[in-house]
Write a protein that binds this ligand. Structure first.
Ligand SMILES: NC(=O)c1ccc[n+]([C@@H]2O[C@H](COP(=O)([O-])OP(=O)(O)OC[C@H]3O[C@@H](n4cnc5c(N)ncnc54)[C@H](O)[C@@H]3O)[C@@H](O)[C@H]2O)c1
Ligand SMILES: [Zn+2]
Length: 359
């Protein structure tokens, strides 16, 4: 078992990583909660809901709410249903919400916890690799029909209980998706870690490697959000690869590409742009080989229109005054933010689509 302490502005909380710890949640809680609502999706519930529910043996009232799996549940309808569940089960300020699932559930249940009674305690019990990213840092949100994560808040959990055993039931696509964010954290932080990751084939991932990668990824995220919780400054670095990723996700429609796969493609573009401005070795060729070896959907690029994507990037909610601010690297571990010219963005994107999409 490994632990990490995260300092948020409201309180400190612990991230615990270990095997089988979903069975031991009550002993990890610092308070005695009498009413608990476990929120999960209908895929995760088949595997892990009973384990978590049955871990509470102290006579607590344990309720459950299950939403359909998939991004579509991060909606105002599901949010409303969850608020109904909170009132039906008479949760009060001393109750606890448990977010059991991937980033979708973490965001939806966390947002519910952040607004019900102006905020009640919640814990994150992440079950995807991607959720090493989403369960830490306190951003919670639901989607609006006009865009992703448009309705949200900053609200930190009381604890993150990361049971690595749950990763065993993830599909290859979801493993790939999660590693898109893991490798982003490596590019942001440490060339040695990056090099060891570039040697990894996701098909033969060991649990030891997984634990190490998740731990390091959380460390990188935590060290950045601790310095800038509300994204005034360096938290933007975490958006490395995301400007294009968001544009690809909305262009293709959510569902055809996972978030982490889109990030992996966006990362390649960010590396190419970075190489135009810096002569440091960003391991671009090794990264392309890694993407191919692990079957990231590079061919999706082929069908995309560079002009439309640049247009979408201009409407990203992180874009200020319609100038596209990009996170670039001046070497592995050295991110910076730069406003970019549309024409440079367009030309480089055309090159990437041409080179990689058709390669
Ligand atoms: N708040 C943040 O800081 C932050 C950061 C990154 C991403 N996100 C959000 O996270 C979401 C994506 O998260 P995700 O990739 O984890 O998606 P997800 O939660 O939708 O999970 C992906 C799929 O895997 C299934 N699943 C989850 N755990 C499983 C398990 N252990 N075994 C088998 N199947 C399992 C789910 O049912 C779902 O079908 C997006 O909504 C994104 O906006 C938030
Ligand atoms: Zn992301």
């Amino acid at each position: 078992m490994k632990t990490l302490q995260i300092k948020a502005t409201t309180h400190e909380y612990e991230v615990v990583l270990g095997e089988g710890i979903r069975h031991r949640i009550p002993e990890m809680l610092e308070k005695d909660y009498q009413s608990i609502l476990i929120i999960t999706d209908d895929q995760v519930s088949d595997y892990y809901l009973e384990d978590v529910r049955q871990s509470f043996t102290g006579g607590q009232h344990v309720h459950t709410a299950v939403v359909p799996s998939g991004e579509a549940s991060k909606s105002m309808e599901c949010y409303e249903q969850l608020l109904d569940a909170c009132t039906t089960h008479q949760l009060d300020r001393r109750s606890l919400i448990i977010a059991l699932g991937g980033g979708m559930i973490g965001d939806l249940a966390g947002f519910t916890a952040s607004t019900y009674l102006r905020g009640i305690d919640y814990i994150q019990v992440p079950t995807t690799i991607l959720a090493h990213d989403s369960s830490v840092g306190g951003k919670v949100a639901i989607n609006h029909p006009r865009g992703k994560n448009l309705i949200g808040s900053f609200f930190n959990p009381q604890k993150v209980v990361y049971d690595l055993e749950t990763i065993a039931t993830l599909s290859r696509k979801e493993i790939r998706s999660g590693y898109g964010e893991v490798i982003k954290h490596a590019f942001l932080s440490d060339v040695n870690w990056l090099e060891s990751l570039l040697d990894v084939s996701l098909d033969t991932l060991t649990s030891r490697q997984l634990e190490e990668d998740l731990y390091r990824g959380i460390q990188v995220k935590a060290s950045i959000v601790e310095k800038d919780e509300k994204e005034a400054d360096i938290r933007q670095y975490l958006n490395l690869g995301h400007t294009l990723a968001h544009a690809i996700e909305s262009e293709l429609g959510y569902g055809r590409v996972t978030h982490g796969e889109a990030v992996a493609l966006g990362l390649l573009y960010a590396l190419k742009l970075s190489s135009r401005k810096s002569d440091k070795d960003l391991r671009v060729n090794d990264y392309v080989n890694w993407l191919r070896k692990n079957e990231y959907p590079l061919d999706l690029l082929r069908g995309l229109d560079a002009e439309k994507l640049v247009d979408r990037m201009k409407w990203d909610k992180k874009t200020i005054g319609r100038q596209i601010n990009f996170v670039l690297l001046d070497g592995v571990g050295h991110p910076y933010v730069q406003a970019m010219d549309d024409s440079l963005l367009l030309n480089e994107l055309k090159c990437v689509i041409e080179e990689v999409g058709n390669g």
